[in-house]
Design a protein around this ligand. Structure first.
Ligand code: GLU
Length: 494
């Protein structure tokens, strides 16, 4: 196929007339919070307009390849419900969606740009890193003014890169949805490498060609790419292509000064999951890191993914960096935990419950029920349950409590009185236990707490427990509760 025909066919395939966004991660093996937020905003911009959300894997930087890294991307998007309509695994009309699988094509476009007078072959003996870092002095480069014929002849035998030909004079202006119009003098831009010696494109070139050929209408990415945007505009203009809407997002920061970073131990999406946060809570919180709802929803904090898609608007994205606050995330997480269906909560809590409670006789759903309103993160669970499998050692002092008006002596009286009654319960459940204990308080002419406190201490050995004495005794069962009350009595008698 001639290049002419190839270009025509590629143009003909570009979908038009709908919002099309893409999440374009490099497979680094790690989805940091900022990446997740970019993915989310990209998805929401598409879905708000019933558009198409595309996944493109940007793997041209072979030196940064990490084994299994693409899996992290697929897994995270799937868990978060950010379902892509087109991508390497699901296909689509403008594939392939992995950059290295598109490699043959970039050279054709780079050459096209040379012919259009916006790029040139450069034979200078520079290291690739120097080329990438932009330390190249274009004024000193003889290749910039080589006649095309001569360049083409040399390219047949000599190694070369293709560089963007940036005009010396004038300025370039680009528009960003949050940052507005930004104008830079052209002499501040470098003749960046578009095609490397190995024939692979740089990110700076591939993103423009791919975004065009994939019909991307909104380019959503981190603000670290703002400074490159003028060069991208010159590329689009050089090709005669329409410039997409840019939506650059300010970084997510650990504190006022520092971006979140893997190197400094800041958590990735998967770290947060492992740390006991729910995906829905993470997504909800991350959505608000740099975007605020407006109008009627201005005060709303809690959004499902589809509510976010309805509410999301580009104008609500903030220019200022957002600070990631783990306490705020805990607050969201606790809300999501509390609002789960009890069975759903029991299911997610089960592995954490079973870390601490190995005795299968103790019901996961009953234990989950006492925890649901009392934990911020799933990882809080095991430490709250350390008294089930085995009664921990505890001090007699625990029986003394001002509010419940108890002391060791009175507790002994209560436990002795309660023991035969507990032993006599035929139908062991929360209702029967509660009735027995309240009746007991009535008979003794004291507050309920004066009975409940000593029984709870004897049953759990803990001053603080999730759930009250009734729930705990119910979960422990009659036999174990009775045995623990006896131990309490023995302890208080010595
Ligand atoms: N591959 C780039 C990154 O992971 C994507 C930037 C973009 O979305 O254009 O940072």
């Amino acid at each position: 196929m001639t290049d002419e025909k190839f270009f025509e066919e590629a143009e003909a395939q570009i979908p038009h007339g709908q919002v099309r966004t893409r999440f374009a991660p490099s497979p680094t093996g790690y989805m940091h919070v900022g990446n997740l937020r970019t993915a989310l905003y990209t998805y929401l911009i598409a879905k708000h307009s019933d558009g198409v959300f595309i996944l493109r894997i940007e793997d041209t930087d072979q030196s940064r390849q990490v084994e299994g890294a693409e899996e992290v991307i697929y897994r995270t998007l799937a868990e978060c419900g950010l379902k892509h309509d087109e991508g390497p695994d699901v296909g689509g009309p403008v594939g392939p969606y992995i950059q290295t699988e598109r490699r043959g094509m970039y050279k054709k476009y780079a050459k096209m740009l040379v012919e259009k007078g916006h790029a040139y072959y450069c034979f200078c003996d520079k290291t690739e890193s120097e080329e990438d870092s932009g330390e190249f002095e274009r004024e000193d480069c003889p290749c910039r003014s080589l006649p095309l014929e001569e360049a083409l002849r040399r390219a047949e035998t000599e190694p070369y890169v293709i560089r963007q030909l940036i005009p010396h004079e004038g300025t370039t202006t680009f528009h960003d949805a949050s940052f507005g119009d930004i104008t830079v003098p052209n002499d501040s831009l470098d003749d960046q490498v578009l095609l490397k010696r190995d024939g692979l494109p740089t990110y700076n070139f591939a993103n423009v060609v791919d975004d065009h050929l994939m019909g991307i209408t909104h380019v959503v990415r981190g603000s670290e790419y703002l400074s490159s945007a003028p060069k991208y505009n010159l590329l689009y203009e050089g090709f005669g292509w329409e410039i997409p809407e840019y939506v650059h997002c300010s970084p997510v920061m650990r504190d006022q000064q520092h971006k979140m970073s893997k190197r400094h131990g800041d958590p990735s999406y998967e770290d947060l999951r492992n740390d006991g946060f729910l995906t829905d809570a993470i997504l909800n919180y991350v959505a608000l890191l740099g975007w605020s709802p407006r109008g009627e929803l201005a005060e709303t904090e809690f959004f499902t993914l589809s509510e976010l898609a309805d509410a999301f608007d580009i104008a609500g994205i903030s220019k200022s960096p957002a600070i990631f606050d783990i306490e705020k995330l805990k607050y969201f997480n606790a809300h999501y935990i509390r609002n789960m269906e009890p069975e759903a909560f029991a299911k997610v809590a089960e592995p954490y419950i079973r870390q601490a409670v190995k005795n299968e006789a103790y019901s996961v759903s009953k234990i989950a029920a006492i925890l649901q309103n009392r934990c911020e993160k799933l990882t809080d669970i095991p430490e709250k349950l350390d008294f089930f499998d085995e009664l921990p050692e505890y001090d007699i002092e625990c029986y003394t409590n001002k509010k419940s008006k108890t002391n060791a002596e009175l507790s002994l009286t209560v436990l002795k009185a309660v023991l035969p009654k507990l032993e006599a319960v035929a139908d062991w459940n929360e209702d029967s236990i509660k009735e027995l204990l309240t009746k007991m308080a009535e008979e003794m002419g004291c507050k309920n707490a004066t009975v409940m406190w000593p029984v709870r201490i004897a049953a759990s050995g803990r001053l603080v427990t999730p759930g009250g004495v009734v729930e705990i005794c119910d979960i422990l069962g009659k036999e174990e509760t009775v045995a623990r009350i006896k131990k309490g009595i023995a302890k208080l008698e010595t």
